[in-house]
Ligand binder design. Structure first.
Ligand SMILES: C[S@@+](CC[C@H](N)C(=O)[O-])C[C@H]1O[C@@H](n2cnc3c(N)ncnc32)[C@H](O)[C@@H]1O
Length: 292
């Protein structure tokens, strides 16, 4: 549950800045010049992220044995912490830290090997010491980090990883595949909103290049095309349910940052849901993992 309207953003251990939030059209959004994020930070979004978490395997990096023995793991932009919590239960000898700028952490029955910390990861990853983690994980920050923050985050991940440590990033490409006219509108509107905040719809396609620039080794880059709708079987049905929560969630900032009106957006949304089967709409993801 949300404990407060104000989330702490730690610059140094003893100096805390706060990310402020405001309610707009029934959704709670960050209102802070250092935060680019355009999705809400509220209970409905916590529930959507739980569904979204169920769509994915936990990790691909070859670190199962190390996790069993016990290592230190950082989850950047962990949100409610669905990944962190599952990993911590699976690997009780390892220590997990999840950081997020929003206080949406799920703390009920939190295992003792999990620590959640409020932190603006776009500006303040420097609080972590060099070579202090064995595994760093980051998932779905395309709507959260500006391009500069994304690149800096990769560099910080390199710095805080121990030699031979593992990095893994799962990211969405913000362009629906096989889009009909309504999904083409959505592609364009979300892209405009992201550009207005200095973000890049196609950052996923650039991550392995950022890892190369940062001199990571053994870089693997996997593409996934995830179907939306019954045409894609069980995964497609689940992803449609997720989209039915994500598209209303992103509406508040899209209508604020572009010329699209609420009515236009809503009308278009109805058409979009009709399109998923007809056009076999999908979303592309990229999973990039490597070692230091
Ligand atoms: C789409 S959610 C993904 C959450 C989680 N990684 C997952 O896969 O379930 C993006 C998360 O990034 C967080 N976020 C966005 N900008 C951030 C920033 N500058 N610093 C820390 N967290 C941020 C949001 O609060 C949100 O929890």
């Amino acid at each position: 549950m949300l404990s407060t309207e104000i989330a702490a953003t730690v610059k140094k251990e003893n100096q805390i800045n706060y990310t402020t939030f405001e309610w707009k059209n029934g959704r709670r959004l960050a209102n802070d010049q250092d935060v680019a994020y355009i999705l809400p930070s509220d209970q409905t979004e916590v529930d959507r992220l739980q569904l979204n978490h169920n769509l994915w395997k936990l990790f691909k990096s070859p670190i199962h044995n190390k996790l069993v023995k016990g290592i230190r793991v950082l989850d950047i932009g962990c949100g409610p912490g669905w990944w962190t919590l599952d990993m911590a239960r699976l690997y009780p000898n390892s220590q997990f830290i999840g950081v997020d700028m929003a206080d949406v952490f799920v703390t009920e029955n939190k295992p003792s090997n999990v620590e959640f910390r409020l932190l603006n990861a776009g500006t303040s990853l420097d609080i972590f010491e060099d070579e202090s983690f064995d595994f760093v994980f980051q998932r779905f920050l395309v709507m959260g980090f500006s391009t500069d923050q994304y690149i800096q985050s990769v560099q910080q991940m390199k710095r805080i990883l121990k030699p031979d440590g593992a990095i893994e990033i799962l990211e969405l490409v913000n362009e629906y595949g096989h889009a009909g006219p309504a999904f083409k509108n959505i592609n364009q509107w979300i892209n405009e909103a992201l550009v207005a905040r200095g973000m890049d719809s196609f950052i996923a396609d650039k991550i392995s290049g950022y890892l190369q620039d940062a001199k990571f080794k053994n870089i693997q880059d996997i593409n996934y095309d995830v179907p939306i709708g019954a045409w894609g079987g069980q995964a497609g049905e689940l992803f449609l349910a997720i989209q039915k929560m994500a598209l209303p969630a992103v509406k508040v900032m899209v209508t604020e940052l572009t010329k699209v009106t609420d009515e236009e957006y809503e009308e278009n949304l109805k058409e979009a849901y009709e399109e998923v089967e007809k056009y076999q709409v999908s979303t592309r993801f990229r999973l990039i993992y490597a070692s230091k």
